[in-house]
Write a protein that binds this ligand. Structure first.
Ligand SMILES: NC(=O)C1=CN([C@@H]2O[C@H](COP(=O)(O)OP(=O)(O)OC[C@H]3O[C@@H](n4cnc5c(N)ncnc54)[C@H](OP(=O)(O)O)[C@@H]3O)[C@@H](O)[C@H]2O)C=CC1
Ligand SMILES: O=C(O)CCC(=O)C(=O)O
Length: 418
C-alpha cells in the first residue's frame, strides 16, 4: 500500500472535517473520536507439530449509542491496535449513515492465515471466541467477516460461543453459512452495495454506467463481487488486481472467468485473456470512469491522488484513501463515494441475518436484495440532500454529517447517567 497514514488519525480527521458543518460541543465531539474500550489479548495455540505459538488479537468496541457493537474480524499480518480502533469507528458511522440500529466494533488477529493449516486456524479462532465470550452476544457485540475470514470462521465462533454458554444464539455472529443460520445474499452484499452506490452516483452526476470503464483493486469477497455486478449492469471491467499484481484488458474482462482462474491458481496474474500485466499502482492511476479500491487502507495517498485518472471512486475497502488524498481529489473534482456508504451492504445484510436469526424466520434472496437496494438508495439520497443543503465539500464529509448527527441524537436522547 502506498500511504503510511495512521488509520485511527484518518478517522479522527474525517470526524473533524464533518464537525465544521455541525453544531456539536467539543466535549461531545471528543467522545465520538475515541473507542469506549479495546480488548488486547495474546492467544497461544498448539501448532500441528506440537510447538506453541502466540498471536496478538484485538476487539475494539467504539460506540454503542445506537445499538450493540457490530463489525468484522480480520486476519492479517498488518493488523494493529490503531487499525482495529479505526475500523471500529468507521463501523459506527457506517451503521448510522445507513440507519441500522447498531454501534460499531471491529476485531483482528495479527496473522498471515496462508501460513497455517485449517486445524491450526480452527484452534486459533476457537481460542479467540473463548476470549471474546464475555464481551459478545446478540444484544452486546456481534462480530462478522472481514479480510481473510468468512463463513468457516463465523461458524466456528458461533459453535464455540454456544457450547460455552450452553445455549442456541445464532445472532451472536453474522456472515455464517446458510445451514448454520446465515442469510441469503450476505456473501455478495458488500460488492452489491458498492455496485448500487456507484450506479446511484453515476445517475446523480449524469454519467452513464453502461459502458463505463472500471478498474478494481483487490479480487477477494468485496472486489470480485463488485466487479461482477458492475459487469452485469453494463460496465466494462478493464483492470483487476490482487496482492500479486494487476491485469488489463482493453475490451473488458469476463469477471467470473477471472475469478475461476484465481480460484484455481491463487492469483489473477498470468490470466490468459489479459492484454497486459502491470502493478497495483498502475491500476490506481489508470484512465477509467470508475475506480474501486477493494483491498486495504491507505491504497491512495496524497501523492498518488495527484495521478489518479478516474472520474468517480467507489470505496469497497475501508479507509483506502488518506485524508491528504481526499483533499487532493476534492480539489481535482474527483467524486469519492465513501466506504461508510459504498461497502455498507455487508453490515446491512448482517443486520438482516440477525433479524432472521432472532425471529427464526428466513427470507428469500430476492427479499434480501430488495431490502438492501432500498436501504442503500435511501442512504445515498440522505447523503446528497445533505451535500447540497449544506454546500459540503465532498460526499465523504456529507456522509459523516448525516451519521454523526444520528449518533449524537441517540447519545443526547439517552441523557447523562447521574
Ligand atoms: N467482507 C466484507 O463483508 C466486508 C469487507 N470490507 C472491506 O473490503 C476490503 C476487502 O475485504 P474482503 O474482500 O472481505 O477481503 P478478502 O480477504 O476476501 O480479499 C482481499 C483482497 O485484497 C487483495 N489485496 C491484499 N493486499 C493487496 C495489495 N497490497 N494490493 C492489491 N490487492 C491486495 C487480496 O489479494 P490476495 O487474494 O492476493 O490475497 C484479496 O484479493 C477490506 O477493506 C474490508 O475491510 C468492507 C465491508 C464488508
Ligand atoms: O457484517 C458486518 O457486521 C460488518 C462487516 C464489516 O466488518 C465492515 O463493514 O467493515
Amino acid at each position: 500500500m502506498s500511504g503510511k497514514a495512521n488509520p485511527f488519525e484518518s478517522l479522527q480527521s474525517q470526524i473533524d472535517s464533518a464537525a465544521v458543518h455541525l453544531d456539536i460541543e467539543s466535549d461531545v465531539l471528543d467522545r465520538l473520536k475515541h473507542p469506549e474500550r479495546v480488548l488486547e489479548t495474546n492467544l497461544s495455540i498448539e501448532l500441528d507439530d506440537g510447538r506453541l505459538e502466540r498471536f496478538k488479537a484485538f476487539r475494539s468496541q467504539f460506540n454503542g449509542d445506537r445499538g450493540p457493537y457490530k463489525g468484522g474480524i480480520r486476519y492479517h499480518p498488518g493488523v494493529t491496535r490503531d487499525e482495529v480502533k479505526a475500523l471500529s469507528g468507521w463501523m459506527v458511522y457506517k451503521c448510522a449513515v445507513v440507519n441500522i440500529p447498531y454501534g460499531g466494533g471491529k476485531g483482528g488477529i495479527v496473522i498471515d492465515p496462508a501460513e497455517y493449516s485449517a486445524s491450526e486456524l480452527e484452534r486459533l479462532t476457537r481460542a479467540f471466541a473463548t476470549e471474546l465470550r464475555p464481551f459478545i452476544g446478540e444484544d452486546r457485540d456481534i462480530p462478522a467477516p472481514d479480510v481473510n475470514t468468512g463463513q468457516r470462521e463465523m461458524n466456528w465462533i458461533k459453535d464455540t460461543y454456544e457450547l460455552l454458554e450452553n445455549t442456541t444464539e445464532p445472532g451472536v455472529i453474522t456472515g455464517k453459512a446458510i445451514e448454520s443460520g446465515g442469510s441469503e445474499g450476505r456473501v455478495e452484499a458488500t460488492g452489491r452495495s458498492t455496485m448500487i452506490a456507484a450506479r446511484e452516483a453515476f445517475n446523480y452526476l449524469d454519467k452513464p454506467i453502461e459502458g463505463a470503464r472500471v478498474a478494481v483493486q483487490g479480487y477477494g469477497n468485496a472486489g470480485w463481487i463488485a466487479a461482477n455486478l458492475l459487469e452485469e449492469i453494463g460496465a466494462t471491467v478493464v483492470a483487476v488486481s490482487d496482492s500479486s499484481g494487476a491485469i488489463y484488458a482493453e475490451d473488458g474482462f469476463d469477471t467470473a472467468a477471472v475469478k475461476s482462474f484465481k480460484n484455481e491458481t491463487g492469483t489473477v496474474s498470468d490470466y490468459e485473456d489479459a492484454d497486459e500485466e502491470f502493478t497495483n499502482e498502475d491500476l490506481l492511476t489508470l484512465n477509467v470512469d470508475l475506480l474501486v479500491p477493494a483491498a486495504l487502507e491507505n491504497a491512495i495517498d496524497g501523492d498518488l491522488a495527484e495521478d489518479v485518472d478516474a472520474d468517480v471512486i467507489a470505496e469497497a475497502a475501508n479507509g483506502p484513501l488518506t485524508p491528504e488524498a481526499d483533499e487532493v481529489l476534492t480539489e481535482r473534482d474527483v467524486h469519492v463515494i465513501p466506504d461508510i456508504l459504498a461497502n455498507a451492504g455487508g453490515v446491512t445484510v448482517s443486520y438482516f441475518e440477525w433479524v432472521q436469526n432472532r425471529q427464526r424466520f428466513y427470507w428469500s434472496e430476492e427479499r434480501v436484495n430488495e431490502e438492501l437496494e432500498t436501504i442503500i438508495c435511501n442512504a445515498f439520497d440522505d447523503l446528497t440532500s445533505t451535500y447540497e443543503a449544506h454546500d459540503i465539500e465532498n460526499f465523504r464529509t456529507a456522509a459523516y454529517v448525516v451519521a454523526i448527527q444520528r449518533v449524537v441524537n441517540a447519545f443526547e436522547e439517552g441523557g447523562t447517567f447521574p
